[in-house]
Design a protein around this ligand. Sequence first.
Ligand code: G3I
Length: 397
Amino acid sequence: MTLRRWIAVGAVAVATAAALNVAPAAAGHRHDPATQSLRDLAQRHGLYVGTAVDMAALANAAEPRYRELAGSEFSTVTAENVMKWESLEPTRGTYNWGPADELVDFARKNNQRVRGHVLVWHNQLPAWLTSGVADGSISKAELRQILRDHITAVVTHFKGKIWQWDVVNEAVSDPWDTPSTLHYKGFWAQNLGPGYLADAFRWARAADPKALLFYNDYNIEAFGSGNPADDKTQFVYDMVRDLQAKGVPIDGVGAQGHLGTQYGNFDTLQVLAALRKFAGLGLATAFTEVDVRSQITDGVEAGDSAEINPRLQASAANFSVLLKACLAERHCLSFTLWGFTDKHSWVPGAFSDPPEGLATVYDENYQPKRSYQELKADLIFAGPPYVLPRIPQRPRR
Ligand code: G3I
């Protein structure tokens, strides 16, 4: 049996088991929680469950299921790509608002909130910007002005329509980078120094007094050594604390949550401890890009259940760890998947040698996987005294 077939069979089996497991009295009962959407189940906790949205898939009339699920299962959406600099300002001073405005309009029609992604990142920058700096035609002083102009134009355009902005994304290196001691990495730090972080948050706040301003990064789901030289979470914690001490208007930290079943990852209490530590700074938190990829071995590709099922189970467990920790921390405001179907996931394109995939909660045929059911179960069975409604975050001036 092929991989797709196995996953379809697995998904049907899981869904059937879930349905059969429902007590007869509840089976088919209109309030049967197992038949409710992720967004409706999360609402009881005041939690927003979201997804990154691929605008091409959303517009594809041949795939109505994508649009249906994007609207029905989620209460917040993030532009996977169309709010990035290369998309919004492909030529200097000329903005392409169309695709992003379509997502904002989709969200309005589906009573959803919007996470703005992303004002400042070292990836997906337009060629006019990077080549201008490289050839010296854009000076450092001019680059800082260009950054200010971009942030001001974008935040002003979407003013009042963005719940949370990823103001700065992935500013911190990883222990496997060179040098291994953690440092500020990428185009903006190299050309403007780390001061660009404070600038970016201040300029974003000046353009929108109400949006929640987040720092967003990966591999910060739990603390490690506690030494900021090699513990990225600790480095980020120290960074945001220092920004706050300077009066920088930062409201939250987003942990992306890109996990893999081949890695050790974390337990729920470890992740909860990290969320609580950031909350101790008066910050909101969010999981912003959750997916759990697996290695597509020959056995997986061939449909060997002995290789597929452990990966589906491990994926579900990893999704659940992050959601349970978020539910238990009242300042964790949202839990966003980075795409919801294996048919439209960034993972296979980014991890091809060796191949990886199976990263989302619906398979390529839009059948819910074990991870989807596990998220539902977490939302259904969570409640007082350990899971209480979210505490709203007041935007810092
Ligand atoms: O727009 C071009 C298109 O014109 C061209 O024909 C096509 C083929 O080359 O490429 C298209 O650009 C692609 C872009 O997505 C838009 O679809 C790039 O090749 C592709 O590399 C890019 O990948 C995105 C990736 O960020 C880039 O780093 C993924 O879709 C997106 O899911 C991913 O998302 C990031 C978050 O923004 C930040 N956190 C990490 C996460 C995963 O990398």
